[in-house]
Write a protein that binds this ligand. Structure first.
Ligand code: COA
Length: 257
């Protein structure tokens, strides 16, 4: 089954997913979320880095307010669970995911960016969780992930006020890794993606797993977990190749094995 609201391009292990419903600033309705979920579930081992961006002037301007406006408690529960589930599966992909934040990243858009591994913003990007202005709270795990990324104090201020943060402020609080001029956004993001693709895929996946899962553990558990993943790397062909290539002063040719 194809996608109505997603445009997908793939080149040398780098897949770029563009959320493409610019008429509503790429708002996340059930269909867009469903397509996003199906896409995430279908990603194969040929994809080594995923880039997510938005068509037009927005990254994603939030969950679809028209769709949410008539929901009751049960429907709110289901919608939140559905969106949060899609973002969780995205977060748990074994490959790095980079958000190329090209414009408004509000509500569910900010939450989507937070579910990615790396966020690069264009100068016109704007971030915010304006849900309380609509009588709701962030419902796709924003209260959890934003607080983890920028700290509780800053997350609380953003969420309680519903105010918008410009790209330079997002950089200063660590919400984004860097800010680039609009026209350089995809070039910069692809540059990062190519650097990742040149590395040993299993090692990159284990690094992601170690950081993500270790973050919620205590120090001793996290260090032991890293130790196990570190050791597992020595069972891969790519570790033999990477080290042999270094010692022979040649480029490594990794096989994802
Ligand atoms: N859900 C549904 N539709 C949305 C939307 C959303 N989250 N965000 C924007 N749209 C729609 C607008 O209703 C408008 O539709 P229309 O042309 O049929 O009137 C269209 O997208 C363009 O948006 P518009 O508001 O005219 O653009 P703008 O440049 O003046 O303002 C924003 C841009 C992002 C500041 C403004 O659209 C906005 O505040 N959006 C809602 C953000 C939000 O609260 N997100 C959290 C949702 S939980």
């Amino acid at each position: 089954m194809g996608y109505e609201f997603l445009a997908i391009e793939q080149n040398e292990g780098i897949c770029t997913l563009t959320i493409n419903s610019p008429r509503t600033l790429n708002a996340l309705n059930t269909q867009v979320l469903d397509e996003l979920g199906r896409f995430v579930d279908s990603i194969g081992s040929d994809v080594r880095v995923l880039i997510i961006t938005g068509a037009g002037k927005a990254f994603v301007a939030g969950a679809d307010i028209s769709e949410m406006s008539s929901k009751n408690y049960e429907e709110g529960l289901e919608f939140g669970r559905f969106g949060a589930g899609v973002f969780r599966r995205l977060e748990q992909l074994p490959i790095p995911v980079i958000a190329a934040v090209n414009g408004y990243a509000l509500g569910g858009g900010c939450e989507l960016a937070c579910a990615c591994d790396i966020r690069i913003a264009s100068e016109r990007a704007q971030f915010g969780q304006p849900e309380v202005k609509l009588g709701i709270i962030p419902g796709f795990s924003g209260t959890y992930r934003l607080a983890k990324l920028i700290g509780q104090g800053r997350a609380k201020e953003l969420i309680y006020t519903g105010r918008t943060m410009r790209a330079d402020e997002a950089l200063s609080v660590g919400l984004v890794n860097s800010v680039v001029p609009d026209e350089e956004l995809l070039t910069k993001v692809n540059e990062i993606a190519r650097m990742i693709v040149a590395n040993a895929p299993i090692a990159v996946a284990k690094a992601k797993q170690s950081i993500a899962e270790g973050y919620d553990m205590n120090a001793d558990e996290a260090i032991a977990f890293e130790n196990r993943l570190f050791a597992e790397c020595f069972s891969t062909e790519d570790q033999k190749e990477g080290m042999a290539a270094f010692l022979a002063k040649r480029l490594a040719e990794f096989k994802n094995k």
